[in-house]
Design a protein around this ligand. Structure first.
Ligand code: AMP
Ligand code: ZN
Length: 470
């Protein structure tokens, strides 16, 4: 497996600390609002990376945090805690906000077939670990107290700007511009490890510490959670490109200072999803969410295909026109697989296609190439049983529900015309109203009318389900 490592900006052959095993850490969501589809591009490509590594035979151990405290509105330690901002907006407590948006995040992930990492750790559950790490950094002379806060001293490092050799526009080095200087800092690049004093006094989440009542900085969360759950040697650390600086740069600084040796070998960064107005961001107010896509009639997996069609290391321009193209391609793909006959797969004949699929994944996670292998395979002279089997095999990585969706496609209700579907929905609605009015005779009459059209209705806890009897 070759991956572009942000430390060198080169495609490097993956050589994990322990052969065959990958320890992988992902910066989780800041749970103060819904994730937008840009955030989810990052999580999706990280999901594909995990699945590709597993497909290629690695044993992957993956950890993700949930940022439910400490991420300020500016990445450079100023502004207010994003959680507090969310809580104020919705007149709820920060923990209520965290619970709600954590659930919403995983619900979105499920719709996009993004697997929940093995270990998911909310930051508020690890305060003792952060305090332990900050204490050790103070003891080693890598940190200092000033104005009530604890800061990391970047002047102690020979090379703080580890991603500094990067060229091009994909490093978010501009984030510090326009940020007010913090007079407590000895060096401009120093960052807060623990806050007890900040410009806002109404921070809701605070804990006792050796430095007073306060809360952790965002960066320390990821270092401490990663080291606690994955040990002192990390193979792959993932995140969106905006996290490279300052977040990941700071994670490296404090982790290596704390451990006294190199920490993470490979940095996997996903480039941004942009719309016509630039980078899609939570604070911009444009709520491009999975729910919005669904409201507009898109299957979330069409968005997954849209993302897979381009490389994770390239910025991706979003528009509804290009999503329409992906949605059409998805529909065609499913119909094509749905039309395949059944049969025993010919494993020997399948092998060369598996080999090509592995090559595409191994070449810096070239997902669009992997999709091309899928199309080539469907066009090939292979028999239907083998094609169907290979589609299922590839889907372990692609996560497009290829076989399940194709099966649904073959069912009579999927074939029903939009007019017939609307008619059935109207009858179901009329029946629900009759039942509500306790007009059982009318409700039964509608049920009979539906039955005459071979429509079987079933009342479930989640609402009315229906299907057409073949
Ligand atoms: P947050 O919840 O704001 O901490 O961000 C969650 C993840 O989404 C991080 O890995 C970010 O780097 C990433 N991210 C933020 N904006 C975008 C975007 N427009 N496109 C892709 N990834 C993004
Ligand atoms: Zn992080």
């Amino acid at each position: 497996m070759r991956l572009t490592n942000s430390l060198t900006m080169k495609k490097e052959e993956l050589a994990p600390y322990e052969p065959g095993k990958i320890r992988m850490y992902t910066c989780g969501p800041t749970v103060y609002d819904y994730a937008h589809i840009g955030n989810l591009r990052s999580y999706m490509m990280e999901d594909v990376l995990e699945k590709a590594l597993t497909y290629l035979g690695y044993q992957v151990d993956r950890v993700m945090n949930i940022t439910d405290v400490g991420h300020l509105t500016s990445d450079a330690d100023s502004g207010e805690d994003k959680m507090l901002k969310g809580a104020k907006r919705e007149h709820k407590t920060a923990m209520e906000i965290a619970r709600f948006y954590t659930q919403a995040f995983f619900a979105d992930c499920k719709k996009l077939n993004i697997r929940r990492p093995d270990t998911v750790v909310p930051a508020t559950g690890c305060i003792g670990d952060f305090i332990e790490m900050v204490s050790a950094l103070l003891e080693k002379g890598y940190a200092y107290k000033a104005g009530g806060n604890v800061y990391f001293d970047t002047s102690r490092l020979e090379n703080y700007y580890v991603f500094g050799n990067q060229s091009g526009d994909d490093l978010a080095v501009g984030v510090r511009e326009g940020v007010e200087a913090d007079g407590n800092k000895r060096n401009k690049a120093d960052f807060v490890l623990w806050f007890t004093k900040s410009k806002f006094e109404d921070q809701e989440l605070k804990w006792e510490s050796p430095w007073g009542l306060g809360y952790p900085g965002w960066h320390i969360e990821c270092s401490a959670i990663s080291i606690k759950n994955l040990g002192e040697y990390l193979d792959i650390h993932c995140g969106g490109i905006d996290n490279a600086f300052p977040h990941h740069t700071n994670e490296i600084a404090q982790s290596e200072a704390y451990l006294g040796h190199p920490w993470c070998k490979y940095w996997f960064h996903v480039l941004h999803l942009n719309d016509a107005g630039g980078k899609i961001s939570k604070s911009k107010g444009a709520k491009l969410t999975v729910s919005l896509l669904e409201e507009k009639g898109y299957n979330p997996l069409a968005y997954r295909l849209f993302c897979l069609q381009s490389h994770y290391r390239k910025p991706l321009a979003f528009s509804f026109e290009s999503l329409d193209n992906a949605a059409q391609a998805y529909q065609k793909l499913i119909a094509r697989i749905g039309a395949l006959g059944e049969g025993e797969p010919d494993q020997a004949a399948a092998k060369p296609y598996q080999e090509k699929f592995r090559e595409a994944l191994g070449n810096d996670l070239n997902t669009s190439q992997a999709i091309t292998v899928l199309y080539d395979m469907l066009k090939s002279p292979l028999d239907d049983g083998t094609k169907r089997w290979l589609a299922g095999d590839f889907d372990q990585v692609l996560g497009l529900d290829l076989l399940a969706a194709a099966q649904r496609e073959g069912q009579p209700e999927a074939q029903a015309s939009p007019e017939l579907k609307a008619e059935i929905q109207a009858l179901i609605q009329k029946r629900a109203e009759a039942r509500k009015a306790k007009d059982w005779a009318a409700a039964d009459a509608i049920r009979d009318e539906l039955a005459a059209r071979h429509v079987v209705v079933k009342d479930t806890a989640g609402g009315v389900e229906w299907h057409i009897e073949a």
